[in-house]
Write a protein that binds this ligand. Structure first.
Ligand SMILES: *Cc1c(COP(=O)(O)O)cnc(C)c1O
Length: 387
């Protein structure tokens, strides 16, 4: 058994990031400034778009995307029950009402047939999540949204590198929101980004992200001279800092290298677990690029001979950190109280959430780490299956 605990989702940070952070500290410009602007430009180039806005989280980006589409009181937004709570909370904080549509059990993404059933005269937008890094069925989603005059917001927290039939996710709907949280494919510690085709909508989002001010601090205090600012709207404090962008600039340069490392681990796991009585992630769809953010297995007690929670515990005992992405949204008491949702009303998301386990798949894993994960999974399952 390995001696040290393998932390789930650890980022790989190297010398370049360290030096850039040091340079930022020495420059004494910590807040939003030249490095954030550079990171926004780099990310725009990566996505092949003109306009991006960096934020201090994807949660903030999702909230701003909802506000940017003027969603609010009386509106409904359809989203998936298999996501992080931030997706749903962003809708709630905009004033709109979240409506859930169950997932497709094969792809684990929102099921377009279920979306259709949930559309009412109040529906204004669809907030879709590219779960684990696999793109949603964007052609069907965009067609449906156009025919019903709905906006499409893409939660791309798992999906920075994801492509769908030649298009980069986040640029297919009306807005795309990205996360650079510590466990995501690239990181700034905390951080997010909004991609948007409509320049005026993006400028409004930038204003809302910084108190509703007419210009940011870098423009106010730079050597071009003092400029007065005016409050145009009651905004938020959602801006990214140069200290965060300093890390992001170098992470983004290594995005393809990291993607290749995770792809290798993914393929190794697929091969090593093929004969076990557990569920494996869906196969990669043709004409798409998967971002390999989460490697999710399913522990169904009838097949595996043990419960999901017993498996989690056994992995931890073997010094392997694991995750659960996600118990379905209606499992949480707040949403049950606020919306009278029951987990069983979304049977596919409910079953997945009760059986799923995420295994470590970070570029930080070396070959020994990967083999340690494989040994632990194989021996726990093979023992359990005998009982
Ligand atoms: C991580 C995550 C978020 C929130 O991202 P933050 O940057 O931590 O705010 C939103 N949606 C999904 C699907 C996520 O995984």
């Amino acid at each position: 058994m390995r001696k040290d605990f393998l932390v789930f989702g650890q980022p790989l940070l190297e010398q370049e990031e360290l030096e850039e952070v040091l340079d930022t500290v020495k420059s004494a410009w910590l807040g939003t400034g030249p490095k954030v602007h550079l990171f926004e430009k780099q990310f725009a180039d990566y996505k092949g778009v003109e306009h991006t806005a960096a934020t201090n989280s994807c949660t903030a980006a999702l909230h701003l995307a909802c506000l940017g589409h003027e969603l609010g009181d009386g509106d409904e937004v359809i989203t998936t029950p298999t996501t992080f709570c931030a997706t749903v909370n962003a809708i709630i904080h905009s004033g709109a009402r979240p409506v859930l549509a169950d997932i497709d059990p094969t792809t684990l993404n929102i099921d377009v047939k279920e979306i259709e059933k949930k559309i009412t005269s109040k529906t204004k937008a669809l907030l879709v999540v590219h779960f684990a890094g696999r793109p949603c069925d964007m052609e069907a989603i965009v067609d449906l949204a156009r025919s019903r005059k709905l906006k499409v917001i893409e939660d791309c927290a798992h999906a920075i590198e994801t492509e769908y039939r030649g298009q980069k996710v986040g640029t297919i709907g009306d807005m795309g929101c990205f996360s650079f949280y510590a466990t995501k494919n690239i990181t700034t510690g905390e951080g997010g980004m909004i991609v948007c085709r409509d320049k005026s909508a993006l400028l409004r989002i930038k204003t809302l992200a910084l108190h509703g001010l007419s210009c940011d601090a870098w423009s106010r205090f730079s050597d071009s001279g003092y400029r007065h600012y005016f409050v145009e709207e009651a905004g938020f404090k959602y801006n990214m800092m140069d200290l965060q962008a300093a890390i992001g600039i170098h992470q983004l340069r290594k995005i393809d290298e990291y993607w290749q490392r995770r792809q290798k681990i993914w393929n190794r796991y697929m091969e090593a677990f093929a004969d076990l009585p557990i569920g494996l992630p869906p196969l990669i769809e043709k004409d798409t690029r998967h971002a390999y953010h989460l490697f999710t297995i399913r522990i169904n007690p009838d097949n595996a001979g043990m419960s999901r929670d017993d498996f989690l515990e056994a992995m931890t005992e073997r010094n392997i950190g694991v995750g659960v992405h996600y118990m379905s949204i209606p499992e949480h008491p707040y949403y049950q109280r606020a919306f009278s949702w029951k987990a069983e009303d979304f049977p596919e998301a409910c079953a997945f959430g009760r059986e799923t386990v995420s295994l470590p798949i970070s570029p930080k894993l070396n070959e020994q780490d990967t083999e340690d994960v494989i040994d632990a999974v194989r021996s726990i399952i093979l023992q359990g299956a005998k009982i």
